[in-house]
Design a protein around this ligand. Structure first.
Ligand code: IVH
Length: 676
């Protein structure tokens, strides 16, 4: 009997298909064509509708659905596979004359035949091999050692410019396409700003950031960082066209992002022109490039030319020289960070460098200033050399005004006037006035409210400054005395923003102890350190009463951190702040149940974990084994009681377990073994 349900299901199915197709098209418009047809809001609404329909109909789940591009937290461990075709590199040159040699060599190898060259940008990211079958992305593999690489499909699926399902019907049934995964300058700068604020190590350049991101275990974080991908090399038996260029144009129609820069060139003069053009224009590109690639266009000719052991004979890379600009030093400012360290910053006449306008460059510390021997208003060389934070690499002394003075490091804090102190054994100068120096206080407030710390939504860097400059807060504890009325009175502060801050403050009271500890800005206590300390000491009272010796017994706490903790708690202002935060309801101890929930269900059992899991990470499983009285061991022996196996368990482990007759349990079995 046809029921009403069948009709509803039919409608849902159609709607799901429609939304998937539309969202895929809009993703392509936005990420590949850079020309969105609809606004973000409309897009988000469609995505939400699709998510909710898919949740109602798990039976129609499709791994290619646009909803899967947000990434999950469960991508754990990478499997390695052998490349179908080894991933080779390219012969490099830095000179136009060597490029011309390559052209002549190619002509003679082709017995004087005419040939075309395809000029391309050499993207500075991390290379990727994508395998498509029946128009669907089935695997994404990193270069690895060229022979085998890591399978990073889940992470790659979060890159919206990579099609999961191809358009058209003239693609080969099975083919490989290679390209470069890049982190555009803008996303890179945003990421580093965030990392700087959270005191995490900065990425030196977009290439490192792209490859680091691609290998992350957390696809949701990968999705957030904003990777992009340009494809430039397609390999397969039944390619639609006889030339590299035409195949790339076909790939573009199938939905891939193919650089607009690629050009067919007919002779040495055109190649030279292409090089000169991009030597200049690359500076305005949204992504990092480190050169150009020149490839023989005709696939038959490519086949004739073949490969050396390391690289194709039909292509060559022309590398750009490190970019540097000459500009005038206006003045050096000395900035005070939240820990009181003074950073000298060179303020420059604005100059274009690798696509961004540079106005400031860090001079790091006094030693750098001394070694550069900078004078007031010198002409200085600024370089990015793949690194984002521009560096001053030299001074053009021939252009120096002979009457100019050598730059001297300051002796007093530029903000509060205190006499600076030199940190023993380091090049840094610090302002010792921790509790009276405005930028240090504001810096601590900014750190406290940050995303990885108390995550108080609504208080950004500027609001923190505003709250301090209007006298509403003088330290982090004052945040918890703020009222809605006080906030609503602030300039530029709408009712809704005040509401948001109040909610953020309330929610921060649930932030776990380890993050509260990190948010206090105890010098040298970073994110990981705070975690280890919190787990070891359990609550703040224990921490406050510990001796130097007891502190250094905590994992990773050395004498410098121990001293810093003792000093921090010896200051009455800090103790008072802690008391006020405690009264406000912040978490100053680990939750009661963090030790609870244990049992002796696995008492005396030795368990080896192998493979990757769905419900918990490996580390979480290790902790669970211990919580229930078991022992996690790393290698299989006669004494092993169980092998706890996830997906992709190593074959040698499997063989050994079988040979010794050790029971192999899966995730569900393990969870049922420890269940109440
Ligand atoms: S073609 C068989 N084209 O440069 C050679 N490579 O030094 C296939 N790269 O590993 C590579 N942009 O990661 C090619 N337009 C481009 C490229 C490019 C960047 C990278 C790629 C490769 C490395 C070689």
């Amino acid at each position: 009997m046809e029921s009403l349900w069948d009709n509803i299901n039919e409608e849902d199915r159609k709607r799901i298909d429609f939304l998937r197709a539309e969202l895929t098209r809009h993703n392509h418009n936005y990420y590949v064509l850079n020309s969105p047809e609809i606004g973000d809001r409309e897009f988000d609404e469609m995505m939400k509708e699709l998510e909710s329909l898919e949740a109602q109909h798990p039976e129609w789940d499709d791994p290619m659905s646009p909803t899967h591009r947000v990434g999950s937290d469960l991508t754990k461990g990478f499997q390695q596979v052998k490349h179908i075709h080894p991933m080779l590199s390219l012969g490099n040159t830095y000179s136009v004359s060597e490029v011309e040699d390559f052209m002549r060599r190619t002509k003679s190898s082709l017995m004087g035949e005419t040939f075309e060259i395809v000029g391309e940008l050499k993207f500075d990211g991390t290379s990727i091999s994508l395998i498509y079958e029946h128009g669907r992305l089935v695997r994404a593999v990193t270069r690895g050692d060229g022979e085998k690489g890591d399978v990073v499909t889940e992470n790659v699926k979060t890159i919206k410019s990579i099609p999961l399902q191809l358009d058209g019907d003239d693609y080969p049934d099975k083919f490989e396409i290679r390209g470069e995964i890049v982190l555009p300058w803008e996303a890179f700068e945003r990421l580093n700003k965030e990392r700087e604020f959270n005191e995490e190590p900065l990425f030196a350049n977009p290439r490192n950031a792209a490859s680091g991101t691609l290998k992350m275990q957390n696809a949701a974080e990968v999705a957030r960082r904003g990777l992009d991908a340009y494809l430039y090399y397609i390999i397969g038996d039944n390619l639609p066209c006889a030339t590299h260029y035409d195949n790339l144009m076909a790939a573009k129609r199938w939905g891939f992002k193919i650089s607009e820069a690629i050009t067919v060139l007919h002779d040495i003069a055109q190649v030279d022109e292409f090089i000169s053009k991009w030597d200049i224009e690359r500076k305005t590109l949204p992504v990092a490039t480190d050169g150009l690639v020149l490839k023989v266009n005709n696939l038959r000719q490519q086949l004739n030319l073949g490969f050396t052991a390391k690289s194709p004979r039909w292509a060559i890379a022309y590398k750009f020289k490190a970019e540097r600009a000459l500009t005038r030093l206006q003045y050096i400012s000395f900035e005070v960070g939240r820990t009181g360290v003074i950073t000298p910053v060179a303020n420059l006449d604005p100059v274009l460098l690798s696509g961004t306008i540079v106005k400031r460059a860090s001079l790091h510390n006094q030693d750098i200033i001394n070694s550069l021997d900078i004078h007031d208003h010198d002409m200085v060389y600024v370089e990015k050399g793949g690194e984002i934070i521009p560096k001053i690499t030299g001074v053009e002394t021939s252009m120096r005004d002979s009457s100019s003075n050598r730059v001297e490091f300051i002796t007093n804090c530029p903000s509060c006037g205190s006499r600076l102190e030199r940190v023993e054994g380091e090049a840094a100068w610090v302002c010792p006035n921790k509790y009276g120096c405005a930028p240090q206080i504001v810096g601590r407030v900014q750190h406290f409210v940050g995303r990885r710390m108390m995550n108080i939504d609504g208080i950004g860097e500027e609001t923190a400054e505003l709250l301090f400059s209007t006298g509403l807060i003088k330290n982090i504890a004052d945040i918890y005395d703020l009222s809605h009325a006080q906030l609503a009175m602030l300039d530029r502060f709408a009712n809704r923003s005040a509401e948001r801050v109040m909610t953020g403050i309330k929610e921060s009271k649930e932030v776990p102890f380890e993050r509260v500890l990190f948010s206090l800005s105890i010098p040298y206590v970073g994110e990981t350190g705070a975690k280890k300390i919190a787990r070891s000491v359990k609550n703040i009272d224990n921490l406050m009463s510990m001796t130097h010796e007891q502190l250094t017994e905590i994992e990773d706490v050395g004498p410098r951190i121990a001293e810093s903790i003792i000093e921090y708690f010896s200051v009455p202002e800090n103790r008072e702040i802690i008391e006020r935060l405690r009264l406000a309801g912040l978490q100053f101890s680990l939750p009661q149940d963090s030790d609870e929930g244990g049992s002796d269900r696995l008492a005396g059992k030795s368990i080896v974990i192998s493979g990757t899991f769905v419900h918990h990470s490996r580390d979480e499983y290790k902790a669970l084994i211990e919580k229930h009285g078991g022992k996690n061991v790393s290698s299989i022996s006669k004494k092993t009681d169980y092998v706890f196996a996830g997906a992709n368990m190593g074959p040698s482990k499997l063989e050994k377990a079988n040979a010794l007759g050790i029971p192999i349990i899966d995730e569900d079995t393990f969870l049922s073994m420890i269940a109440d």
